[in-house]
Design a protein around this ligand. Structure first.
Ligand code: CP3
Length: 342
């Protein structure tokens, strides 16, 4: 059994002493101990070496004592396993030299056996579980099919993912075939992660908010729902859709255990749109971690008051930024741990 099960209890909607806390992208670039490893090994070597990936996963836990760990990896290991080349260029981000642009390209994409092609992730999970020694739960994750399609078609990060949208709107049949292949791979992958030991899974729909509500239903939500249906009896599922406040109503009825919210949606609105029963996760503006620690603590307390301490997981509204001072990240975690209901 897991000693600190606050996170799992919040996912079940149980009454807790205080909300659990973790930070999206908590294992990463704002930590000096991460930068030391980054100097020695390139990005995918860090992902593919279980000893490094598990070490990076536990680094923020050792420093701050969050209530959950998230496996160090990337959403783009999925296209890699599907035979799509992905590079991580320093100071540039993801780069896919042969983006998917035609129906013929989609045909070339394979649905792999992920236990085999992503065996290194499963090994990293087993090693991380050993290092965590049942102190706190471990979260596994995947990108949403739409967010993965964005990179596969665009070929790199983008402000509007115009090429990805153009592909969906001019070649919808091919787009849906690609989305289904990504979905099938993701379901297989997340099930393998659960078998390897993760205690919950999160689907990152980082670019869902690029779509109109109608297009979101067709190109993103339909596929996330398939993932939830396939996973929900095996592990709690958290869905984080950046900019997807309009979908909170559908999401609340989906069988997901919790929904992520970004900072542009107030706690009150998020509770209202999601029907008031489901666990919510979020939504501190990542840039607000640049405020002085005292101010961060005050704002975090107000955030918990606004969401309520139950059915709530304190987190950021998106990933932590590289330029956040380490003591400011510490103030965020501490403020949640010190929270007492008035
Ligand atoms: O806590 C953690 O850090 C867990 C590991 C994690 C990473 N990426 C490591 C990473 C997680 C959960 C992700 C998810 C991810 N990756 C998302 C979804 C979440 C989000 O932030 O929206 C997306 C869109 C990606 C794709 C990706 N990976 C981009 C756009 C970049 C480059 C920009 C950046 O953030 O630096 C990456 C690289 C990446 N993934 C880094 C890390 C720590 C930084 C690069 C490095 O360390 O060399």
């Amino acid at each position: 059994m897991i000693k600190n099960d606050l996170f799992l209890r919040a996912l079940k909607g149980e009454t807790v002493e205080r909300p659990p806390v973790w930070m999206m992208r908590q294992a990463g670039r704002y930590l000096p101990e991460f930068m030391a490893i980054k100097k020695e090994y390139d990005f995918f070597t860090r992902c593919q070496t279980p000893d490094l990936a598990s070490e990076i996963t536990v680094q923020p836990i050792r420093r701050y004592g969050m209530d959950a760990a998230i496996l160090f990896s990337d959403i783009l290991v999925i296209p890699q396993a599907m035979n799509i080349e992905v590079e991580m260029k320093p100071d540039f981000g993801p780069y896919l030299p042969n983006p998917i642009r035609t129906a013929k390209d989609v045909e070339q994409v394979i649905v792999p056996d992920t236990e085999e092609s992503l065996g290194y992730v499963m090994e990293a999970i087993k090693l991380t579980k050993e290092k965590l020694d049942n102190e706190i739960p471990l979260i596994g994750f995947a990108g949403s099919p739409w967010t993965i399609l964005c990179y596969c078609v665009q070929g790199q990060g983008s402000k509007n993912f115009d090429k990805a949208k153009a592909f969906c709107f001019t070649q919808p049949v091919a787009a849906h075939q690609l989305l289904q292949k990504i979905t099938d791979t993701t379901i297989d992958y997340l099930k393998a992660k659960v078998r390897a030991g993760v205690d919950a899974v999160q689907v990152f729909d980082s670019w869902g908010g690029m779509l109109s509500p109608e297009d979101y239903t067709e190109f993103s939500w339909k596929y996330i729902q398939q993932i939830i249906d396939a996973l929900k009896d095996e592990a709690p599922v958290i869905v984080f859709g950046k900019g997807c406040w309009f979908a909170l109503g559908d999401m609340a009825k989906s069988g997901a255990s919790a929904l992520g919210v970004d900072w542009t949606c107030s706690a009150r609105n998020a509770r209202y749109l999601s029907g008031g029963q489901i666990t919510l996760q979020g939504n501190f503006d990542p840039a607000r971690l640049l405020s002085p620690p005292k101010e961060i603590k005050r704002m975090v307390t107000e955030m918990i008051d606004a969401f309520g301490k139950d059915r709530y997981i304190a987190n950021l509204g998106h990933g932590i930024l590289p330029n956040i001072p380490i003591e400011n990240a510490g103030a965020f975690v501490e403020a949640v741990k010190e929270y007492r209901q008035k």
